[in-house]
Design a protein around this ligand. Sequence first.
Ligand code: NAD
Length: 313
Amino acid sequence: MSRNGKILITGVAGFIGSNLADRLLKEGFEVVGIDNLVYGVKEQIPEGVDFHQLDIRSRDIYPLFEGVEAVYHLAAKNCISDCQIDPLETSDINVTGTVNVFEASRRGQVGKVIYAESSALYEGSQVLPTPESEVHPQSFYAVSKLAGMVFAEAYQRFFGLRTTALRYFCVYGPRQDYRRTIPPVMSAFIINLLQGKQPTIYGTGEKRRDFIYVDDVNDFHLQCLDDRRTDGQVYNLGSGRNYSVREIYEAIAQLLNTNIEPIYKPDLPGEAQESLGNITAAKQLGWSPKVSLEEGLQNSIDYIKACILSDDE
Ligand SMILES: NC(=O)c1ccc[n+]([C@@H]2O[C@H](COP(=O)([O-])OP(=O)(O)OC[C@H]3O[C@@H](n4cnc5c(N)ncnc54)[C@H](O)[C@@H]3O)[C@@H](O)[C@H]2O)c1
């Protein structure tokens, strides 16, 4: 794909979307961004993005897809606990919204659509590390992500739309959305410890998660643009190893040189004990995660100090 082509990102004001926009602009692409700013933050949309405050469920998005070489569809209602409270809106955004993005891409004759599914599709699986075939969604969020998969297959079958699905494990790094009802564990720990407060661990701290740094995810995002082997395929994006919540807490406390102890609260319902991605499929294409946990955490700490807590200092 030419390095001055036009790429469209939905969810551009969110965590992954804004980091991806940065990377694409650096690579020389023109970037069009869509976000309704319900969860996203306008200030974190990189300068240079042609931004449109629109909802992915609206037909007003269609003209923006004309002349676009590839679409990254990342917009979603994605806090699992919020999705449990409102299955109807979850379906509206994640199912109808996703189909509308596929439809806009078909009408605009977009060359490729790369879209976000989730490792939540493996919620009911006992197989570790989990391969892409182990699809057992449980929560409303996971079920809504499954719909994207079957619609992508139908758009490919009937309209020849080229798609690639990405099942992210726990992505972390700068601009991670810490404002959620239950914030992502790393950002929450870092913010609390920097403020001298005790962070909360839900459950015993033994739950294990596969964390992947956002730059590693972006390496694979870029690969999907050019590599025709990714057409019609689905890939796990994790680091291939996991850490307990307690281990993450200890790694952050060590980097911040603090001995503040966390508070333990009752476990959150419906959360799997362990996640670990089988990342063989992505690795077979030559991709591999490069950023160590320590480096990724240090970058996250530096970002939170500079951009989130700088007003407090
Ligand atoms: N971050 C992770 O660890 C992770 C893990 C698995 C899957 N995912 C998936 O990756 C994608 C990006 O995740 P993220 O962490 O950047 O999330 P995020 O919440 O930071 O970003 C999502 C963006 O979508 C926007 N959005 C939501 N509904 C919209 C709508 N109807 N119209 C237009 N914009 C809308 C929000 O305002 C937000 O800016 C999501 O689809 C998510 O489900 C993320």
